[in-house]
Structures are given as structure tokens and as C-alpha cells.
Design a protein around this ligand. Structure first.
Ligand SMILES: [Ca+2]
Ligand SMILES: [Ca+2]
Length: 280
């Protein structure tokens, strides 16, 4: 069973049917009893019996004031059609923390039937012992709701406003039959107050010299690589940018700037430090 439509056949606007997809076309499946939902109904697909294929529940009126709930068990795994195998687990899980924000990234998973780009990803995030982002899956990866993963199709997931604490994150892939892969090996990180201490370290590790400066300003970060440098005037206009990645130090040429006071934002993977610079 690959496709289900649900609707009201009486008004000829829609009908409730099951379809089996083979080589680019969908053929309707004839079942012993099909519901006729005239009004107030709902339908959902999900692996009710946990055998790895999608079953269905349909609730609705079969006639005026005659309600019925029908459960359809899919026999795919008993040889009716191809069994859906869960995707592989994503790999390369990383968590990059900046202040109280974290960006989680991973590499794409693969699947037996769902194309790689159609897979979705599902994030589990726990702070100390509190669930921050629920995957709605069991620890083994089985989906408890039949929806795409909470991170969508992307390979990245960001959260900000994290409270101080120790966090654990893991990700699973979800295929088009809503089969969930195993979770990645969890990654742990600290955010919030713990990071503030690190930020103070970063603050003292960034040095700009000479200051006042004539033309060439050298920026050194002892703690972490400089990712980019932005220079602003005192009303916040960006006047100069460097986006090259340097290992330890970077030299900016301020020749084009008027003699004045500027704010230099130095960004590393650990956060951004702002310093005032006087150009003579
Ligand atoms: Ca099933
Ligand atoms: Ca699959």
C-alpha cells in the first residue's frame, strides 16, 4: 500500500481508496469493504502491528448517523509486495555551540526504496534529564507518530535560547513509509552558563594591534581560529569585511577608512568579540 486518498464520494469531490505503486503508476486496490465517509471523518496511515509496513485506520460515517472505524492491516511483509526496510542511520553528527545557540549537522542517510533527497531527519535533544526536542520515536528508532522527521529534508538543525546545562543530541533518518532508522551515536555538549565562562576566555584571547592604528590592523585569537572580521562605524554601518579563514591571525587594511573610531567584530567558532579601534 503506497497511497491513500480520503474523502467524501457522495459529493463526487473525492473518494477513499488505497493504491499500490509499481514502476511510476498507482493502481487502486480492491478490498473487501471500503469505507464511505459522508462526513466528519478522518484517516491515518501507520504501522499499527509493528511489522514494518504501513497499515491504515479510517473513521467516518458510512451513512447518516452510522459511524464506523475500520482498521486495515497491510500484508506486505507476508509476500503481497516489497517490504520497506528502514533507512541507514545518518553519520558524522556534529554540534557547534555558540553562546546559547547550537547548530547540529549530519551526513545524509540512504534507503532501499526512498530516494536520498526525499528522506527526512528527526532530532532528539535532551537537557540534563529533560526532553527539549522529542523525536516521537522509541530509543530503537521506531516512529510513534506517522509523520516526516522534525528537521525536515535538511542536514542541519539550529536551536537558540538554550538554557544552561549539559545536552545530548542524536538524529535518525525517516523514509517515505515513515520507517525510522537507528539513531546516531549521541553527541554531548554544554550550553548556557558554561559557555559564558568560555566566552570570557575568548574575550581575553582576542587581541587587536596596534591600537590606535595607521593602516594595517592585526587581529590575533589565541583560543580559536578567526572565521571572519566585520568593522562597523559608530552608527552601526558595516564598512569593511574579511571573510577569509585564518588559522591564528588576520591582517586588515584600513587605508580606505577615515580617521575615526570603529567597532571591530571578530568571529570565531566559539562566538563573536567586539572591540573599539581608533584609526589615526
Ligand atoms: Ca504493518
Ligand atoms: Ca525504506
Amino acid at each position: 500500500m503506497d497511497l491513500m486518498t480520503y474523502g467524501d464520494p457522495v459529493d463526487k469531490l473525492a473518494d477513499t481508496k488505497f493504491f499500490l505503486g509499481t514502476k511510476g503508476k498507482f493502481d487502486p486496490i480492491t478490498l473487501y469493504e471500503m469505507p464511505r465517509s459522508y462526513q466528519e471523518g478522518s484517516a491515518a496511515m501507520g504501522d499499527i502491528d509493528g511489522d514494518g509496513d504501513l497499515d491504515a485506520v479510517i473513521a467516518g460515517d458510512v451513512a447518516v448517523f452510522q459511524s464506523r472505524v475500520l482498521v486495515y492491516k497491510n500484508n506486505a511483509v507476508e509476500g503481497w509486495t516489497v517490504k520497506n526496510i528502514p533507512p541507514s542511520a545518518p553519520t558524522g553528527l556534529k554540534a557547534v555551540v555558540s553562546n546559547n545557540k547550537v547548530t547540529i549537522s549530519w551526513n545524509a542517510a540512504t534507503d532501499d526504496l526512498s530516494p536520498v533527497n526525499s528522506l527526512t531527519y528527526n532530532v532528539m535533544l535532551v537537557r540534563n534529564d529533560t526532553v527539549v526536542v522529542s523525536p516521537n520515536s522509541t530509543a530503537g528508532g521506531r516512529r510513534q507518530i506517522y509523520q516526516a522527521g522534525n528537521a525536515g529534508h535538511g542536514l542541519k538543525y539550529s536551536l537558540q535560547g538554550l538554557k544552561a546545562g549539559d545536552y545530548t543530541v542524536a538524529v535518525q533518518a525517516v523514509d517515505n513509509g515513515y520507517a525510522g532508522s537507528a539513531f546516531t551515536t549521541p553527541v554531548e555538549f554544554a550550553a548556557g552558563e558554561n559557555i559564558m565562562a568560555t566566552e570570557a576566555d575568548l574575550e581575553s584571547s582576542v587581541q587587536l594591534f596596534p591600537n590606535p592604528v595607521e593602516n594595517k590592523l592585526k587581529i590575533v585569537s589565541a583560543l580559536d581560529d578567526v572565521v571572519d572580521v566585520h568593522i562597523y562605524d559608530l552608527v552601526g554601518n558595516l564598512v569593511l569585511t574579511s571573510t577569509e579563514i585564518y588559522a591564528g591571525s588576520i591582517t586588515m587594511d584600513l587605508t580606505s577608512l577615515d580617521a575615526w573610531v570603529y567597532i571591530v567584530g571578530v568571529t570565531t567558532n566559539m562566538g563573536t568579540v567586539f572591540r573599539r579601534v581608533f584609526k589615526g
